[in-house]
Structures are given as structure tokens and as C-alpha cells.
Design a protein around this ligand. Structure first.
Ligand code: CTP
Ligand code: MG
Length: 243
């Protein structure tokens, strides 16, 4: 397939505090990773899927991918993750076939992200052709254009020094970003090869290497399950979708 999604699912879920790798925690009866994958296998175009899993759960993860994929065809691979998200993303990028043009990197922990968000990011990557920037300038570094789903920041944001407020940040110039984040595969691989420090944000790695990043609309349902509160929110959302 010309399109691929790398799902990073190798984290330990420390903040959730359940004692199980987060991707293997059930959300209203279905594992977080299974929910994330189920959406991928409904996408309109054939999509290569790579899952980056905890090293001690590879077999379990392969069985889960096979069960969720069912009759859906396409290349899938399950590979062990690294010590941090940065290393896990690199492990996933390493096994993608070179025929892949656009790659999306997605957090398994954003397991309720709607298919429409994947399609929106793929479409934006495809339209930001390699070699030219959206405004027509030449793309000197040739990394191409990356795409992040973003939502406005709703809270009032203050800058602080210790507990002392030193100012209010102009919220209109800020967004919160989600996943999947999309890139031309060659450009993202090059950016990761050039990275001098580990980052948890793929667009940050891409931009540090000289790539251009644009935003598309995010979706509230693409929130990341980090804490118990988020897990409760996810379960409420599943119940709401079923009603
Ligand atoms: N991730 C990964 N490999 C790591 C660390 C994180 O693949 N070494 C993945 C997680 O599985 C998750 C995504 O990156 O899907 C976002 O990370 P985060 O929400 O921080 O998950 P955890 O690292 O598992 O959680 P915590 O930081 O609370 O331990
Ligand atoms: Mg983490």
C-alpha cells in the first residue's frame, strides 16, 4: 500500500497505574489497542499497518492484530518498541516497505479517534506535495509537509514563575495537537535520523530537521487516555456511541 499507519503501543501506562501495558487495558470490554486497530481496518484505501508493542507481548499482539484485521488484506507487522516513544516510532518506521509514500504515526492510547481524522490527515499529506511548500516556496530540505490534527486551547493559559503568575498567554496563537500525525515517509525517516534529542512529538522531530508542518482540524474524540479520569471519559463515550 502507498499509505501506512504506525500505531505506537509499547508504553507502560504508568500514569494510568493499572499495572498492565496501557494498550492492553480494556475500555468498556475491548482492549484499547483492539479499538484503535478496528478503526484502521475500516479505512477506504488499503493501508499498511505496523504495531509497535511491548517486547514481552509480541505474540499476544500478533494474535490481536490477526483477529481485528479479519479478512482485511494488506501488510501488517508487529515489532518491539523502545525505551521511549521516540525509539518506538523509529522501530516502526524501520520496517515499513519503501513503497509507502505517506505514513501516519498514531498513539494507541487515542483509541477512539474517528476514521474521518485519519482520512483528513492522509488527504492533507497527499496535497502537500514533496518539493514545494503550500505557499509555493521551494522546500529546500526536501522533507515535504507534515500534518498535525489540532484543536483550539479552551482554558485560559498563564505563564508562571513558581506559584507567581507573570502573564497571560495569547490563546489565539495556540493549539493543542493530537495524533495521527502524517508525513511523507522519506522525509520523516530522514528527520528521525537527524534528530539530536528524543521527542514525544513527531511533528517536533520533523520541524527540527527543517520540515514544514501544517494543521488540520482535530476531533475531541481523539483525546489521549492518560489517567483514570480519561479512561472513565472513554467508557462514557463508548456508551454514548452505542445508545
Ligand atoms: N509509547 C510507546 N513506546 C514507549 C512509550 C510510549 O510506544 N516507550 C506509546 C504509548 O503506548 C502510547 C503513546 O506512545 O500509545 C503515547 O504515550 P503515553 O500516553 O505517554 O503512554 P505511556 O508511556 O504508556 O503512559 P505513561 O507515560 O503514563 O507511562
Ligand atoms: Mg509515556
Amino acid at each position: 500500500a502507498a499509505r501506512a499507519v504506525v500505531v505506537v503501543a509499547a508504553g507502560s501506562g504508568t500514569r494510568l497505574g493499572i499495572g498492565t501495558a496501557k494498550a492492553f487495558v480494556p475500555v468498556a470490554g475491548e482492549l484499547m489497542l483492539a479499538r484503535a486497530l478496528r478503526t484502521l481496518f475500516t479505512l477506504a484505501e488499503p493501508t499498511t499497518v505496523v504495531v509497535v508493542a511491548p517486547a514481552d507481548r509480541l505474540d499476544e499482539c500478533r494474535a490481536l492484530v490477526a483477529a481485528v484485521a479479519g479478512a482485511a488484506v494488506g501488510y501488517t507487522a508487529v515489532v518491539p518498541g523502545g525505551a521511549d516513544r521516540h525509539a518506538s516510532v523509529q522501530a516502526g518506521l524501520a520496517v515499513l516497505p519503501d513503497s509507502v509514500q505517506a505514513v501516519l504515526v498514531h498513539d494507541a492510547a487515542r483509541c477512539l479517534t474517528p476514521a474521518s481524522q485519519f482520512e483528513r490527515v492522509f488527504a492533507a499529506v497527499a496535497s502537500g506535495s514533496v518539493g514545494a511548500l503550500p505557499d509555493g516556496r521551494a522546500d529546500a530540505d526536501g522533507l515535504g509537509v507534515g500534518v498535525v490534527p489540532a484543536l483550539p486551547v479552551v482554558d485560559t493559559v498563564k505563564r508562571v514563575e513558581g506559584d507567581r503568575v507573570v502573564g497571560t498567554v495569547d490563546r489565539s496563537a495556540l493549539v493543542g495537537v493530537q495524533t495521527p500525525q502524517g508525513f511523507p515517509l522519506a522525509g520523516l525517516r530522514r528527520a528521525y535520523a537527524l534528530a539530536e534529542q528524543a521527542e514525544t512529538d513527531d511533528a517536533g522531530v520533523f520541524q527540527a530537521a527543517g520540515g514544514t508542518v501544517r494543521t488540520v482540524a482535530g476531533d475531541a474524540d481523539a483525546f489521549k487516555i492518560t489517567t483514570r479520569w480519561d479512561l472513565g471519559r472513554a467508557e462514557a463515550l463508548v456508551a454514548e456511541r452505542a445508545a
